[in-house]
Structures are given as structure tokens and as C-alpha cells.
Design a protein. Structure first.
Length: 381
């Protein structure tokens, strides 16, 4: 689990992870050059098995805190952090998860069992989105509805389909397959490293299982409007290469809905049944099509209905993302990424980081103290 300036989310995530039961596991938490309390929070959990929060957990082999190496040119910060952790991990399965997630009790054991049941070498869940602010409620259902339309889980799971996808917030992969693919080192410069890794795995002939996993894991991706804008500016054009076309389609959809509603209201006010019925029919048809699509976001009916007001905002974010990638630079958490292939579905990147720069041949930094395996065999995850 990598973490960069995640003090607002981190303790909740770590608590939910150390409470997992039903499968032997270890936890490796990587501080990715944070400037807030993230390292302190990670160190608080490091080395515990008789956890002060949950008591003795016989399934928890160890909790290890790692300080990420300086990020070399050609690597993203996240790929750098998780690759370092993967090199130290001992489990048969590797779970990559983000610090803004919260894991339901027993979800780790259920996920490993599900992957084995379906013969999947990679299992990835799309978490349930926690939507609290107005910006989240207006934008997030629209983004995830489009994602569910573009990356249909049934097609991702179908070995005959070229469609590949994964969500880096919850990505479980068989250890030997991961390293055979080159791991995150092979996708070091990808801004969407999860999708890139899924593509490599599917091209190898291995099986992916991908689905909405709201009963297993939840997340609040962005806690402020600024974070939301920065995050989707980085990602939208990579997820939707036709971002400009999609922006105009969604803006046109909004205009049709609003215009049809106004026509219906004018017809009612003017006692014109024809005008009222014409407007109402177009309005209901447009709204129905919108709802059929946005229901795939699993955001809750209220948020999904309200999201129609967010269509212009979504269109603006799509255009902003396309423009930023055309300029060749996007920012995320204090780092500036220069996209080398900004037109592709996943672009390679170079990194400028004012706080962490270095060479990969530098000696690895020492991990903070961690508890040993306590006589247990290697963990499953």
C-alpha cells in the first residue's frame, strides 16, 4: 500500500487492513515522500501483530513500514513505491491497494478465494465510492458510469475480448505471474499503471476477473474540489481517448434535457397540450437514457439523479484533461508528469519532483523496524 500525503485517510485504511482475518497475510506500507503525518502514522502500525487496535490477530504475519526510494526519471511515484514493496513481499498473492480505501472485514480472504474459484491470475474490484461533497456527487457518478460502459466487466473477463481493465485501488495478482510480466517495473512510466498491467496480463493469455466490489471495499478518492479537478485532469483523457468528442456528447445531452424540460413547462404555462407533451416526451426519453447509463455507477439513486446537473462540469473536466495532456504536463500530489504519449489510452511519463529525485542505482533505504514472521509459514497474501 503506497501512501503520499494521506494523513486524512491512512489510519482508517490501515485499521481495516490489520483487522483482516481468515487468511495469513503480511502488510507492507510505503511512504512515498510525504510531507505530512503519513510516515508517523505508518510507523505507528509498523511491527505490530498484537495490535493495540484489534488485539492479537493470528493471521497477521507482520506489518512493515518502508520509505520509498527516490523516484527516477521514467517512473511514476506510485509505480516506484509499489515495486519496492513487491520486491520485499513473500505472499503467494500480492494485493495492491490505495491509502484512501477501507476494506470490509474478511474481504481479503474472500477475494483470494474468489480468484482461485474462477481461475483468475488477477482479480480487481471497483470500490464503492463514498460521495459527500457537492462536487463528488455531481461528477463521480458520471465518470464511473462512463467507465462501466467502456470497460464492461463481462468483456474484461472474456478471454476472447481484447478489452482489459483493472482498478489500482484493489488489484490482487498471483505473485509468480506478476513478476513474469515484469511487475510495475514493466509499466514504470504509465500514469494508469493498473490498466497497463491488466493489458499485459490479458495479452499473455492469463485470466482477469474484474467487477464492482462495493461489498468488499469502499473509497473516498477526493476530499476537496481541488483534488478532484487535479486527479481527473490527470486521468480522464487516458481513460477516454475521445475526451473532446465525449465532452460535446455529454454537453449536448444536458442541453437537450434542459431544453425539453423548458418546452414542456412553456407548454403547460401556455395551455398548449402539443407543446407540453412534445417537451415531456423528449425530456423523459433523454432522462431515461441518462439514468440507464448512470445506474452502472452504483452511486445511489439520489446521487445518480442529481448527477445530470453535473454534465457540464464533467464535459469541462474532459476538455481540461485533453488540453493538459496536449500541453504535455499534468500534476498530481506535488509532482509534475510529462506525458510522452498523451494521445494513447495509457501514456508513458517522465517525472519532475521538487522534493524527491534520484537514481535507481542508489542503495535502497532501510525499512523501518517490523515484526518477524513469529514462526508462521509464508503468508498467503
Amino acid at each position: 500500500m503506497p501512501a503520499r500525503n494521506e494523513e486524512a485517510n491512512l489510519e482508517r485504511c490501515l485499521r481495516s487492513l490489520v483487522e483482516q482475518r481468515g487468511i495469513p497475510f503480511e502488510l507492507l506500507a510505503v511512504d512515498d515522500g510525504s510531507t505530512d503525518r503519513t510516515p508517523e502514522i505508518i510507523e505507528k502500525f509498523a511491527g505490530v501483530r498484537e495490535c493495540p487496535f484489534v488485539g492479537v490477530n493470528a493471521d497477521l504475519a507482520s506489518v512493515t513500514a518502508i520509505q520509498a526510494r527516490p523516484v527516477e526519471q521514467g517512473w511514476t511515484g506510485k509505480a516506484n513505491a509499489v515495486w519496492q514493496a513487491a520486491e520485499s513481499a513473500r505472499g503467494e498473492w500480492l494485493l495492491f491497494t490505495d491509502a484512501d480505501t477501507a476494506h470490509e472485514p474478511g474481504s481479503l480472504a474472500r477475494a483470494a478465494a474468489e480468484a482461485e474459484q474462477y481461475g483468475a491470475m488477477m482479480l480487481s474490484y471497483s470500490p464503492r465510492q463514498e460521495l459527500r461533497s457537492l462536487g463528488e456527487r455531481l461528477v463521480m457518478p458520471l465518470v464511473f458510469a462512463e467507465l462501466a460502459s467502456r470497460f464492461r466487466p463481462k468483456e474484461v473477463r472474456d478471454p476472447r475480448s481484447p478489452v482489459a481493465a483493472a482498478n489500482g485501488q484493489y488489484l490482487l495478482i498471483k505473485r509468480d505471474v506478476y513478476f513474469a510480466l515484469g511487475g510495475h517495473k514493466a509499466v514504470a512510466g504509465e500514469l494508469l499503471e493498473d490498466v497497463a498491467l491488466a493489458k499485459r496480463l490479458k495479452q499473455s493469455g492469463a485470466k482477469i476477473r474484474f467487477r464492482f466490489g462495493g461489498e468488499q471495499v469502499r473509497t473516498r478518492m477526493y476530499r476537496s474540489w481541488g483534488q478532484l479537478v487535479e486527479g481527473w485532469t490527470k486521468n480522464l483523457v487516458l481513460l477516454f481517448p475521445d475526451a473532446r468528442t465525449l465532452a460535446w456528447e455529454r454537453m449536448s445531452e444536458f442541453v437537450v434535457v434542459v431544453f425539453a424540460c423548458l418546452v414542456a413547462l412553456v407548454g403547460l404555462a401556455g395551455d398548449s397540450a402539443l407543446l407540453a407533451w412534445s417537451g415531456a416526451i423528449v425530456f423523459l426519453a433523454s432522462l431515461g437514457g441518462f439514468m440507464l447509463r448512470v445506474r452502472r455507477s452504483h452511486s445511489g439513486l439520489g446521487n445518480e439523479v442529481a448527477a445530470i446537473v453535473g454534465l457540464p462540469v464533467f464535459a469541462w473536466l474532459l476538455l481540461r484533461s485533453a488540453h493538459a495532456h496536449d500541453r504535455g504536463a499534468v500534476t498530481w500530489k506535488g509532482r509534475v508528469y510529462s506525458a510522452a504519449e498523451s494521445k494513447g489510452s495509457v501514456g508513458a511519463s517522465q517525472l519532475t519532483d521538487e522534493t524527491t529525485r534520484g537514481k535507481r542505482e542508489s542503495p535502497p533505504t532501510a525499512a523501518l523496524p517490523s515484526q518477524e514472521n513469529n514462526g508462521l509459514s509464508d503468508p498467503k497474501v
